[in-house]
Design a binder for this molecule. Structure first.
Ligand code: SF4
Length: 137
C-alpha cells in the first residue's frame, strides 16, 4: 500500500505564503506529481488573504504583525485541511518548518523578532494529536 501524504502547499510550489511566495521543495513536488501527496494551506483555508501580515503564536492566541487576533481563522483553516486528511486517509504529513500553522517542534516565539521557541503550529498540533506522522521538509 502506498502512503499518501498531506503536504504544506507552499512546499509544493503554491505561492500561498504570507509574503506571496512559495517554499518549493523538489521532493514534495515530486510526491505531488506522482499522485502521492495532496497540498493544503491551512491559512488560506481559514480565509486569510495572500499576501497577508505575518502571524505568530502569543500566549496560545495567533496574532498578526498588526496585532489583530486571527486565531479563529487559523483554527477554521486547520479544521478544513484536516477534513481532507480524513477524506484521503493520509497517514503522514510533510510540513513547512517554523510556521504558526505548519511548524513542528519549533516556531517563532511571538515577538516577531525571528527567535524560536519549542512548540507546534496550529495545524501541526492537530495532526500530531490525531496520530498522523509529521515531519519538517
Ligand atoms: Fe505554507 Fe502552511 Fe504557511 Fe500555508 S500555512 S503558507 S502551507 S506554511
Amino acid at each position: 500500500v502506498t502512503t499518501l501524504y498531506i503536504v504544506s502547499g507552499c512546499l509544493a510550489g503554491l505561492r500561498c505564503r504570507y509574503d506571496g511566495k512559495d517554499s518549493a521543495d523538489e521532493r514534495v513536488i515530486n510526491l505531488v506529481r506522482e499522485g502521492r501527496a495532496v497540498p493544503v494551506c491551512p491559512e488560506q483555508f481559514g480565509g486569510l488573504p495572500t499576501p497577508r501580515p505575518s502571524c505568530e503564536i502569543v500566549d496560545g492566541r495567533v496574532l498578526n504583525a498588526d496585532g489583530m487576533d486571527v486565531s479563529d481563522n487559523f483554527l477554521r483553516g486547520a479544521e478544513e485541511a484536516f477534513k481532507l486528511v480524513e477524506m484521503l486517509g493520509a497517514e503522514k504529513a510533510i510540513l513547512k518548518s517554523r510556521s504558526p500553522s505548519c511548524g513542528i517542534s519549533k516556531i517563532y516565539d511571538g515577538t516577531f523578532s525571528g527567535n524560536l521557541v519549542d512548540g507546534d503550529g496550529v495545524f501541526a498540533a492537530m495532526l500530531k494529536k490525531a496520530g498522523i506522522e509529521v515531519e519538517n521538509e
